[in-house]
Design a protein around this ligand. Structure first.
Ligand SMILES: Cc1cc2nc3c(=O)[nH]c(=O)nc-3n(C[C@H](O)[C@H](O)[C@H](O)COP(=O)(O)O)c2cc1C
Length: 319
């Protein structure tokens, strides 16, 4: 099974990817969080820096572009191809209100004819291979067959399907029945995405879709950075490993130039995913949440890693 790490804006940046690759090298590929180019293909300096080859040494990485303008996509694609990227990904799944209102991200799915026109222009002038990360629809997963008809017209490098519509955000049950249509006589590799958090989740998916060759993991792999190893039959996440990952990531972010004053807030974003690994540590987690400066944060994190109960099999997103 080909396993990739999903793009997660604000979480799986360059420092995260480097540290993850060093300590848990079992993912086949990483997708970078989206670049949002302007009409000339320019984008935020910090987003661009995170894609420079020197920021991602030895990492199998696919950059992602969020735009509904074919010319902006192509301009960004040319610049990325010059950096050496052979494959790029189109974001047709971001559900955020500000993105959708501009008919970008999952907003592109509301009008299959415009999506078709966009892909037609892009595929006429592409400097490299392109894959699409799509949802099943904007308002309903029943929109998916019409979208598939459009995707089937293009030689995509891969179709990654997050098995929800926009209304489902990140919470609704994934619609496996609607997803199944993407596998029927697929002219490109199909990658399933959505709620694969454990070995048993992957086993159920394999039983349901024996021909499925690719799976993308997002939140599950942030909660448990060893998930790729576990899905390949390896050992479960250890407490010391998670501590080592945490410490290395903090150091990497500081070395990358993150001002120490912002470091606690940045690291606390990860604790949204890790809290469930420490059941019964409410008091220590509260102290961590309250820590304002880096020394206080370090000491609160160290208490949790050294003394709180650790449960790598805890349920994630169960409440
Ligand atoms: C905080 C966060 C940031 C995300 N950023 C992106 C992004 O930049 N590009 C994208 O295509 N999807 C993004 N996603 C969606 C994930 O890539 C993935 O499709 C989604 O989390 C479902 O997979 P999972 O159930 O394995 O987490 C993001 C999701 C979250 C929770």
């Amino acid at each position: 099974m080909f396993l990739s790490f999903a793009p997660m804006e604000g979480v799986t940046g360059a420092a995260f990817r480097r540290v993850h690759r060093r300590l848990f090298p079992e993912a086949d590929r990483y997708y970078a969080p989206f670049l949002a180019p302007d009409a000339q293909g320019r984008c935020k300096q910090s987003h661009w820096r995170a894609l420079l080859p020197e920021a991602n040494p030895g990492l199998p990485l696919v950059p992602q572009i969020l735009t509904n303008s074919a010319s902006a996509f192509l301009a960004a694609a040319r610049a990325l191809a010059e950096l050496g990227y052979a494959e790029l990904n189109l974001n047709a799944g971001c559900p955020s209100g500000t993105v959708v209102s501009k008919r970008k991200g999952v907003g592109m799915l509301g009008d299959p004819a415009s999506l078709d026109a966009f892909l037609d222009k892009v595929f006429q002038q592409l400097p490299c291979a392109v894959s699409v990360k799509t949802r099943l629809g904007l308002h309903s997963t029943a929109e998916f067959p019409a979208l598939l008809e459009v995707y089937r017209r293009y030689p995509l490098a891969e179709l990654i399907v997050h098995a929800r519509d926009r209304e489902g955000m990140y919470r609704s049950a994934c619609d496996h029945a609607a997803f199944a249509a993407s596998l029927e006589d697929a002219p490109w590799p199909v990658c399933y995405n959505g709620d694969v958090f454990s070995v048993s989740d992957l086993e159920s998916l394999r039983a349901e879709f024996p021909n499925l060759g690719r799976v993308m993991l997002g939140r599950g792999a942030v909660r448990d950075p060893a998930l790729f190893r576990e899905l390949r039959g390896g050992a479960p996440l250890g407490r010391e490993e998670l501590c080592a990952f945490h410490d290395a990531l903090l150091e990497e972010l500081l070395a990358e130039g993150l001002p120490p004053v912002y470091a606690p807030a940045r690291m606390k974003e990860l604790w949204y995913y890790w809290t469930c690994l420490f059941p019964g540590a409410d008091k220590q987690l509260k102290a961590l949440k309250k820590s304002r400066d880096l020394p206080a944060y370090r000491s609160a994190a160290s208490v949790i890693f050294t003394s709180a109960d650790f449960d790598p099999f805890s349920l994630f997103l169960s409440s």
